[in-house]
Design a protein around this ligand. Structure first.
Ligand SMILES: NC(=O)c1ccc[n+]([C@@H]2O[C@H](COP(=O)([O-])OP(=O)(O)OC[C@H]3O[C@@H](n4cnc5c(N)ncnc54)[C@H](OP(=O)(O)O)[C@@H]3O)[C@@H](O)[C@H]2O)c1
Length: 280
């Protein structure tokens, strides 16, 4: 892992700036969110695996009113997620906005893939890595209504079978993506309850359908919406407007998630499973 490039700014350089962490900001939607927050004068933590693209985004932010640092971490390794969390705790006194956006859509070949931790890959990269990173950063997210956690989920959602959450039976790329995305929505609702009274707003969303990004193009699917559409939806949850907390949004409107998200027992089962998997 490369830590960090360029070096994290001193606490005085950050005074008056929002500190914004955007996972998966080397391309697509995350990149646009990172650039937009840079335009607002924020300090942006750019993240992804691709160092060249990450540094390019950080440099573009630095050329405007914002500042930025790039951190590399492969979410297919929980050790790398932990190292990222540790590095951010070392380098920053606070994180005002956390956008859990990094994600993969494994299409084309329906061969089940595992992370280096032996977990189903989409579950780990799309959901569990963000679960762990959020858990690590929570102590430095200010208890304030300006603090935001945004989980970039999707309208593609499938229920989690708690007898086979790693999809050892009946795997398909679509199912793995959809269950990981529902897990993000369930975690959001659960976390909002836990954070009730702290001021911190936590929401999830389906940004837009088939945006013109690498994810969609490399799946061989014709894009149906622009990244700007998804950007507008994410930015509406970052504020300054108050979106409330615990919501699931379809673009900029209130959305209705899969029924399992509203099942408290299922959410508790997911939390138990997630805590066990991150060794909490
Ligand atoms: N595109 C859509 O229409 C659509 C619709 C609904 C929801 N979404 C969600 O929106 C989010 C962004 O998607 P996108 O369309 O912008 O896709 P994208 O252009 O492919 O961007 C994905 C980002 O995630 C990072 N990433 C992928 N695998 C990673 C790994 N193992 N470890 C760390 N970072 C990783 C990538 O960085 P590196 O390659 O540098 O690692 C990249 O920055 C995803 O969560 C996706 O599920 C997208």
């Amino acid at each position: 892992m490369i830590l960090p490039q360029p070096p994290a700014p001193s606490p005085t350089a950050l005074e008056g700036r929002q500190v914004v962490v955007v996972t998966g900001s080397t391309s697509g939607l995350g990149r646009e969110v990172a650039l937009a927050m840079g335009e607002r004068g924020a300090h942006v933590v750019v993240h992804g695996r691709n160092r060249a693209r990450g540094l390019e985004v950080a440099q573009e932010i630095q050329a405007g009113p914002g500042t930025a640092s790039f951190y590399a971490a492969d979410f297919g390794s929980l050790a790398q997620v932990r190292a990222l969390g540790d590095a951010l705790l070392r380098d920053y006194e606070r994180v005002d906005v956390l956008v859990n956006n990094a994600g993969i859509w494994l299409t084309g070949n329906d061969e089940r893939q595992e992370s280096s931790d032996g977990l189903e890959l989409s579950f780990q990269v799309n959901y569990l890595a963000g679960y762990l990173l959020t858990d690590m950063l929570l102590p430095i997210i200010p208890r304030s209504a300006d603090s935001r956690i945004v989980n970039v989920a999707s309208g593609a959602q499938a229920p989690i079978d708690f007898d086979d959450p790693m999809l050892e039976r009946g795997y398909s790329g679509g199912r793995s993506y959809s269950q990981s995305k529902l897990a993000q929505v369930m975690h959001t609702m659960d976390l909002a309850e836990e954070l009730d009274g702290t001021g911190i707003r936590v929401n999830s969303l389906h940004p837009a359908t088939l945006m013109d990004t690498n994810m969609v193009r490399s799946a061989g699917v014709t894009p149906r919406s622009s990244v700007d559409e998804g950007l507008e939806a994410v930015m509406s949850l970052i504020g300054p407007e108050d979106p409330g907390s615990g919501g699931y949004f379809n673009g900029t409107r209130d959305g209705r998630a899969h029924a399992q998200a509203y099942d408290e027992d299922a959410r508790a089962a997911l939390r138990r499973l997630s805590d066990e998997l991150i060794g909490r």
